[in-house]
Design a binder for this molecule. Structure first.
Ligand code: NCD
Length: 310
């Protein structure tokens, strides 16, 4: 039987089974096809999604809003923190309880780890975590896995390099949870101070995932089929002089791709700063803008599923 996400919150990469992932990817693929054929899927007419973003966002907020509207639903948005009652000191619980009087589902991004769970505990409608500080970003991980499957053709025997700020990057924290459901061989490439949290690495190893930690991006790239590049998360550094020491330390440019002498798929959750040179964008393995587009299909699938329409 197909598992149901009806009424569920989407909070953490570890909440999914392989069957859930399969159902989400199949639903996303069917929406991709339907959207290409008809431009619109009228499944959520009369439903309203609220987006609450306490941190900057371009892709995540706009792709959720696009997904909801492509499904025929409506969107209300809190706008910036400065222009809402958050600026008057309203608690997160009170804000989400209020929003739950208007909307059928909530998407939230907040700087504090655990905030999406806190919001979900305060209301009965589905709450979707669009990033809680340096914690998790499960919907990004789902669109990443959808893209990985499309680009590599399968999710079996994955050989993947995760590069950049593995300490603070919430997208990689969520993605490795999902990768751990599959037979994956992983390379973690980062400056020493930005290594993947030890707890995450040891849990992966316990699950039988092969994890190799290195600072050598060339070595990792030679041994893998896909590089997942990430931005160094400047906003999470308490001391900016520490950021200055590591910024620009890992960069993919056209020389890097040429010297590699094989095709490699390059993903990035975006935004990028300097970690992928724009000259790489025309390389056939550069899939980060295709990845952005996939975000709409995957978020359509999640919205339809938590609202019980798939
Ligand atoms: C990421 C995020 O917000 O965690 N962006 C995104 O949602 N696509 C990555 C980042 O900000 O570096």
């Amino acid at each position: 039987m197909t598992p149901s996400l009806k009424g569920k919150d989407i909070l953490h990469g570890n909440q999914f089974t392989k069957k859930d992932i399969d159902a989400i990817l199949r639903t996303a693929a069917s929406f991709e096809k339907e959207l290409k054929e008809k431009g619109q899927v009228n499944l959520l007419k009369g439903k309203i999604l609220a987006t609450l973003f306490y941190e900057p966002s371009t892709r995540t907020r706009l792709s959720f809003e696009t997904a909801m509207q492509r499904l025929g639903g409506g969107v209300v948005s809190m706008g910036s923190v400065e222009s809402s009652s958050v600026a008057k000191g309203e608690s997160l619980a009170d804000t989400v309880r209020t929003v739950a009087q208007y909307a059928d589902a909530i998407v939230i991004r907040h700087p504090k780890v655990g905030s999406a769970k806190e919001a979900a505990d305060a209301v009965s409608i589905p709450v979707i975590n669009a990033g809680d500080g340096a914690g998790q970003h499960p919907t990004q991980a789902l669109l990443d896995i959808y893209t990985i499957k499309k680009e590599l053709g399968s999710l079996n025997h994955l050989k993947i390099s995760l590069v950049g700020d593995l300490k603070n990057g919430r997208t990689v924290h969520a993605l490795v949870e999902i990768l751990s459901l599959f037979d994956s061989k992983l390379y973690f490439v980062s400056p020493d101070v930005l290594r993947m949290p030890e707890q995450i690495t040891s849990q992966l190893k316990q699950k039988g995932i092969e994890v190799n930690e290195t600072q050598d991006m060339r070595l990792a790239a030679r041994n893998t089929d896909l590089i997942y590049m990430t931005r160094i998360q400047k906003e999470r550094f308490a001391d900016l002089s520490e950021y200055e020491k590591v910024k620009g330390s890992l960069i993919i440019n056209s020389d890097f791709v040429k010297e590699l002498n094989k095709k490699i798929v390059i993903l990035h959750p975006l935004p990028r700063v300097d970690e992928i040179s724009p000259e790489v964008d025309d390389y056939q393995g550069a899939a980060y803008f295709r990845q952005v587009r996939n975000g709409v299909y995957v978020r359509m699938a999640l919205l339809a599923m938590v609202l019980g329409k798939r």
